[in-house]
Design a binder for this molecule. Sequence first.
Ligand code: DAH
Length: 345
Amino acid sequence: MTREEIDRLKAQIEELKCKTAKEVEEARIRFLGKKGELTRLFEEFRLIDKEQKKEFGKVLNELKQSATAKIEELKEMAQGAAEALMPKEDLTMPGDPYELGSRHPVSIVRQEIVDIFRKFGYDVAEGPEIEDDYHVFEALNFPPNHPARDMQDTFFISSGHLNPLLLRTHTSSVQVRAMEKMDLPIRVICPGRVFRNEAISARAHCIFHQVEGLYIDEGVTFADLKQSILLFAREMFGPETEIRMRPSYFPFTEPSAEVDVSCNICHGKGCNICKGTGWLEIMGCGMVDPNVLEASGIDSKKYTGFAFGMGLERIAMLKWRVNDLRHYFENDMRFLQEFDTAIEV
Ligand code: DAH
């Protein structure tokens, strides 16, 4: 053993750098292990003569101490680095239960209707809830003194001028906006919220939802309307469903009809849902009045079209036999949880 050899080892130990606990352990074995460098020096130390023992004893002991301290220090550093990389959370803890919501029945029905008409090639259009008299009434051929314009039905926002602002009373207003904006042929459905100045009861509410449909092209006939509604009704209420049309009146369609579907509960036999008739009313419809086409700049000699409109709460009522309109707006969890189509997250 020489002094140089000891100094070289000392320098090596002082400059040691380890990143991981494994590297530290390797260094410990290399210097302090049973077959390590220091152990070898201590074995050599036993064989040297007394004079030399004096010189080397102290140096060797110091080297062992500093080597042990260095390895200890490196071990702590490697452990600290590993801990810093560890996530702070306890990953073995059970997760918080995530409560799934469910869709509102009106949203479910709206989505079903949109999906059905999308398959038929319809686009979805939307319009403003705050509308003007022109788009809700005038362009739809409502005579100036029509009762629907009366304060009884309509929430007016401004009055006293020619085209007052109001909350739309039906989504037929979006028809007008579609005719103004879109290129022909037009095939749209317009879902949306509507407002009427009604006393709230089981059968009436001041807010509800409608879906309006409009199809305009060359050569569209009442037969197209009837077939479209039949196909829709069968998709919506089941393949056995029949429809019937009763003559009706709307200012914006001529001829106009109301559509009933065969009662999907008693299948026509008569029950308390259909009040013994075997039929349930679902919508109004008709051929777009030429005045309505012309008001929006469409040539009524060349183009014809049909329109229809239905109430979403009513369709949902028929589907799930809900007997009180107010349930839809009260957000009672017991009611909302009845509709088990959980939202996927
Ligand atoms: N807008 C009508 C209402 O609110 C519903 C309606 C009837 C829409 C006939 C139409 C239609 O497009 O052709 O009662």
